[in-house]
Write a protein that binds this ligand. Structure first.
Ligand SMILES: *Cc1c(COP(=O)(O)O)cnc(C)c1O
Length: 380
């Protein structure tokens, strides 16, 4: 099955009891047993398994070429469940510009349970290698990252993690399985904030995981069921509905982002443009070999916080909001929003300047989007 077909026919399709073409929302907590432990269709209690969620879990496993999928109440519930696989004294290497919530849960929550971490620039394979300690158990990275779209070499890091017997976990939120399949490149687990592109309509918070190996699948199921941060049937259904148009949306997001990035780069009043699809981007070549597309996220530097503010006030179709990956275009200022909790000197070290503007390019008409940005940039 090709990818565009998988999004429609992958996982579990329809309902075998009624012939319904769409998977029904099984709004149910418990299931009748014919005798003790004699389950009618394998379901016992909806924390452990629910048919609507099961269809979504089978779908993400299919889309990421994994053996088993898992759906959670949020991206953070998914990541926290994965981290709960580890023990006191274990060490995890994480990207130094991973999603703020991932950093927060490791630094402020799991550290209290004795899980150690090192922050590393994963776009430099040697830095990752140097950070491996005797108690290292896993590497967790995002590629491309937020907001500078730095690209890490999944295959090279996967080879290294195999040599040292580490688990490689990739947060694939920005690329989605439509553009990039980390498991095919050697990663062991892939995690998504499905709140973003997979859902795609700014109406559901969810997390998804796919694993390459049955053994880790069993372990993760045990922790998912023990902790219980599962996705409800309504939201599972909404996500499946969103995923049906993932391919159409991703193609449009990318086509428009590419055009906007190329146009922004021609403007003398924009200092730098960060988009992996641009030849000028440091990760361009790597992105071209490990992914089939460059996604819909762009960051650009307009020089100062004041000018960034003016642009925010002027734009009409770009909504000022956290989050990304939806049909509507969004705009944000990383230094004062998603990355505000990072100390100013550290932000500058990472390249997150006060004039940096991040856009999530939606699927509105591209001429409207470009004209909107143009009038905002031209405003005095
Ligand atoms: C949003 C996001 C998360 C967290 O997901 P939630 O669904 O908000 O809990 C994790 N990783 C990345 C890259 C994200 O953008």
């Amino acid at each position: 099955m090709k990818l565009d077909t998988k999004m429609i026919h992958g996982g579990i399709v329809g309902d075998k009891y009624t012939g319904a073409v769409s998977v029904p929302i099984y709004q149910v907590s418990t299931y009748k047993q014919d005798g003790v432990g004699e389950l009618v269709a394998g379901y016992e209690y909806s924390r452990s398994g629910n048919p609507t969620r099961a269809a979504l879990e089978a779908l993400i496993a299919d889309l990421e070429n994994g053996v088993r999928g898992f759906a959670f109440a949020s991206g953070m519930a998914a990541i926290s469940t994965i981290v709960s696989l580890f023990n006191k004294g274990d060490h995890i290497i994480i990207g130094d510009d991973v999603y703020g919530g991932t950093y927060r849960v490791l630094h402020h929550v799991f550290s209290r349970f004795g899980i150690e971490m090192s922050l590393v620039d994963t776009s430099d394979v040697n830095e990752v290698k140097k950070a491996i300690q005797e108690n290292t158990r896993a590497i967790f990275l995002e590629t491309p990252t937020n907001p500078l779209l730095k690209v890490s070499d999944i295959s090279a890091i996967a080879d290294m993690s195999k040599e040292s017997d580490l688990l490689l976990i990739v947060d694939n939120t920005f690329m989605t399985p439509y553009w990039q399949n980390p498991l095919d490149l050697g990663a062991d687990m892939v995690v998504h904030s499905a709140t973003k592109y997979l859902g795609g309509h700014s109406d559901v918070v969810a997390g998804l995981v796919a694993v390459k190996d049955e053994e880790w699948g069993e372990k993760l199921f045990f922790v998912q069921n023990s902790i219980g941060g599962v996705l409800g049937p309504q939201d599972s259904w909404l996500l499946m509905r969103g995923i049906k148009t993932l391919g159409l949306r991703m193609k449009q997001h990318e086509q428009s982002a590419r055009r906007l990035a190329e146009w922004l780069e021609t403007r003398t009043d924009v200092e730098r443009v960060f988009y992996p699809g641009l030849k000028s981007h440091a990760g361009h070549e790597l992105a071209s070999t490990q992914a089939r597309g460059y996604g819909g996220m762009i960051s650009f530097d307009v020089g100062s916080a004041e000018r960034a503010d003016r642009i925010l006030k002027k734009v009409q179709y770009f909504t000022l909001a956290e989050s990304l990956g939806a049909v509507e275009s969004l705009i944000s200022i990383p230094s004062r929003m998603t990355h505000a909790s990072i100390p100013p000197h550290r932000r500058l070290e990472l390249g997150i300047t006060d004039g940096l503007v991040r856009i999530s390019v939606g699927i509105e008409d591209i001429d409207d989007l470009q004209a909107d940005l143009q009038q905002a940039l031209d405003a005095k």
